[in-house]
Each structure stands twice: as C-alpha cells, then as structure tokens.
Write a protein that binds this ligand. Structure first.
Ligand code: G3I
Length: 380
C-alpha cells in the first residue's frame, strides 16, 4: 500500500513536471481556457473602411432608419466612414410616403437622400410595389371591397410617378416590385403570391409589368430591380429566374435582380454559387440588397444576447467565405447592401435573442470577421 502511494505520488510529480516542460508554463500559468464572451474586435487602426476595401468592386451599402442618421452621432460617423450607398429601411415604403391618400410625407426620405448627397453616397430606393407596408386605400374602397384593376393601377401609376419623379437623378436604383412570388412550393405553376392584394385585384401578375413601365417613364435613367428573398433555394430560385426572364422577354424595362440575402452563418456555398450561376445568365445587374448573416443557423439554436466567442468564430469563417463567393462574381454583382449598419440595431433582434449579423459590433467597431474579410480581399 505504502509503496503504491509512493509510486502514484511520483507519477503525479512526473506529470506536472512534463506539463511544465512541454508548455514552458509554471503550474499556476495554465494556458487560458477559451473565453465564452466578448471576443476582442479587430484593432481599428489596422482597418480599411469597407467602401475602400470594396471600392474597385461595387458600392457597399447599409439600410438605415432616418432617425438613426439624424439623432445618433455614432451612426452618422459609421455611415460616412464605411458606406458608399444607403437604402432607407422603411421611410420610402408606400405606407410611409402616402399613408393617407393625397397626403405625401417626404421629410424622412428627403433627409436620407440629402445626407447621401452631402456625403457622396448612392441611394437605392426601397420599395415601390409590395403587398406589405402599403396603405389600405391602394387596395380597398371605403367599404372595404377590393378596388377594380383600373382604379388600382391608376393609383399605382400616380404613386410611382410622384415618388420616382421627386428623386429623379438622385436615386440610382429602385426596388420596383418586392416579394411578388410564392414561397415553400417547388410547383412552377404556383408562381405568384396569390394572397397579395395586387394579385387579387388584377387576377394575375400584370401589375408587375405595369409597375416597371410606370417607374421607367418617371426616370428613364434609374436602374429598376425586382427584389426577393429565399432566392438561393431551388423552389424560389427558379421562380425568380422565370419572372425576370419573362419580364425581359416581354420588353419590360427591368435592369436588375435584388437578392435580399437574409442568410446566416450556416449558408450553403453551393446554393449561393448555383443561384449566381443561374442569375448571371439573365443579363441584368445582380445586387445583394439586404445582406445579414445571423449567428443562428436555425430558430431552434439557443438564444443569446451576448456575442460569444463561438458566434465570433463562426462569423470569422462564414463572412470571408461569403465575400470570396461575391468577389468571384464581381463582374455580375453591382452592389452589396447590408440590412443595417452595425450590431446595435437590426430588424432580426428580439429582446432575448440578438442576431449580431453585421461586420461591425454593437459599438460600431470592426469584428474579427471584418479583419478576416479584409485579409481575404487584400489577398485576391
Ligand atoms: O411605424 C410604426 C410605428 O408607428 C409604431 O409605433 C411601431 C410599433 O411597433 O411600429 C412601426 O412600424 C414598424 C416598422 O417596421 C417601422 O419601424 C413595424 O411594426 C415593423 O413591422 C416594421 O418592420 C419592418 C419590416 O420590413 C416590415 O415588413 C422592418 O423594420 C424592416 O427592416 C423590414 O424590411 C424588410 C424589407 O422591406 C423587405 N425584405 C425583408 C425585410 C426584412 O423583413
């Protein structure tokens, strides 16, 4: 027994001694355990602003709420430092511009456009025709009945003409029609979102053609986009392709396809490349219009309000992988816009679940993922 204990004691001493020799550490300097929170950002002084980093490829944009631009110095400075394009997140939607028929509210949209002009930024207009965030008077009469196609399209024409004309020469690209296609079915015959009041009023999707024609007449130089989400999944990818191809074949003035790019760190490279390979054959500008890369791969991932090391590491891998793909298609991609500015505000956030989807952290400092993207782009 005595002997055994002595042998095991010697065994322990030997183990500690070998760890010391291998690691070169004293016993109380055991290598740091992986931290679970607050990874250090990329040092600011090594950072190239996004608009410089991507300057030779495309404008790099952010969606903003006008109150952010106006009331927050940090937002104002970040936008000016990093972005060469801007998209109003909500204030150019129909329910913001003309909530009451005949009463136009331009103030917020004007402010954003003025801010962009003063800072040499491009503006993407978002959005002219949508089933959501559209006032009832565009769809229903005073009794709540759907309008006739004739009345609804006349109103749509007046609305689009008013908005596009006001910003003629100031807004270079418009999302003319947003999210008109049906989801979650691969059936090519089930192409359109049939519960959209626009579809119900027209009995078909002819309002899409009309919207593009109205916008083109109001500003013949503006680039006109169809914009949608779930674009990288087979069932939707093909519908979007067919829609844009059909518009082009019919001579409708469409110049671009907006891929919203609401993705997450688990995106499939193959899905994105397959999509870009298909869309590049359309002969229109391709833009990522609403990019965010949530740290959650699915709704069932555990929620957090803290940016953990695990989140940081996943974005450090995912973001350069994504921008490498984008860079590979740079001759087709004419713009990339994040659907927000920095992790302090995103439409994805809930009180108990923050999505941390951007390259700038909640303090607007470059995340590690930013450094990784910069390194990858510089090495190209
Ligand atoms: O304006 C009202 C305000 O009067 C009210 O007090 C407040 C209370 O909740 O709500 C305000 O409206 C909100 C609006 O954003 C403006 O802040 C709506 O509730 C809210 O639902 C709305 O969300 C927007 C969403 O579109 C609506 O569908 C998001 O901010 C905006 O990021 C999001 O953007 C869409 C794109 O337009 C199209 N692609 C998908 C993308 C994400 O959903």
């Amino acid at each position: 027994m005595k002997n055994n204990r002595t042998i095991s004691q010697w065994g322990c001493y030997f183990l500690v001694l070998s760890m010391f020799m291998i690691t070169g550490c004293a016993k109380d300097e055991i290598p740091e355990v992986k931290k679970t929170t607050t990874p250090t950002p990329t040092p600011a002084d090594t950072i190239v602003p996004l608009k410089t980093l991507f300057g030779k490829m495309f404008p790099i944009g952010a969606a903003v709420a006008s109150n952010q631009v106006l009331s927050s110095a940090i937002q104002y400075n970040t936008l000016r430092k990093h972005f060469s394009s801007i998209t109003p997140e909500n204030c150019m939607k129909p329910d913001a511009i003309e909530r009451v028929k005949g009463v136009f509210t331009w103030a917020e949209a004007d402010r954003i456009v003025a801010f962009a002009q003063a800072n040499n930024m491009k503006v993407r207009g978002h959005c002219l025709t949508w089933h959501s965030q559209t006032p009832d008077w565009m769809f229903y009469d005073e009794n709540g009945a759907l309008l006739s196609k004739e009345v609804a399209l006349k109103q749509l024409k007046e609305y689009i003409t008013a908005v596009v004309s006001r910003y003629k020469g100031k807004i270079y690209a418009w999302d003319v029609v947003n999210e008109a296609l049906s989801d979650w079915t691969p059936d090519a015959n089930d192409m359109y979102r049939k519960d959209s009041p626009w579809y119900k009023i027209c009995g078909d999707a002819s309002y899409i053609d009309s919207a593009f024609v109205y916008a083109h007449r109001a500003d013949p130089n503006a680039k006109l986009f169809y914009n949608d989400y779930n674009e990288i999944y087979g069932w939707k990818r093909n519908k979007i392709y067919n829609l844009v191809k059909g518009l082009k074949d019919r001579g409708i003035p469409i110049h671009g396809l907006g891929m919203q790019a609401h993705w997450n760190v688990g995106f499939s490279e193959n899905d994105i490349r397959t999509t870009l390979d298909l869309y590049k054959t359309l002969g229109v500008d391709l833009q990522l219009t609403e990019l965010d890369l949530s740290v959650y791969k699915s709704d069932t991932d555990a929620s957090s309000t803290v940016y953990t090391t695990a989140f940081s590491e996943s974005q450090e891998l995912a973001y350069p992988k994504l921008f490498k793909i984008i860079a590979d298609y740079k001759s087709y991609i004419t713009g990339v816009t994040f659907w927000g500015v920095a992790d302090d505000y995103t439409w994805l956030d809930k009180s108990d679940r923050k999505a941390f989807p951007f390259l700038l952290n909640t303090n607007h400092q470059p995340k590690k993922a930013y450094g990784a993207v910069q390194k990858m782009i510089k090495a190209l």
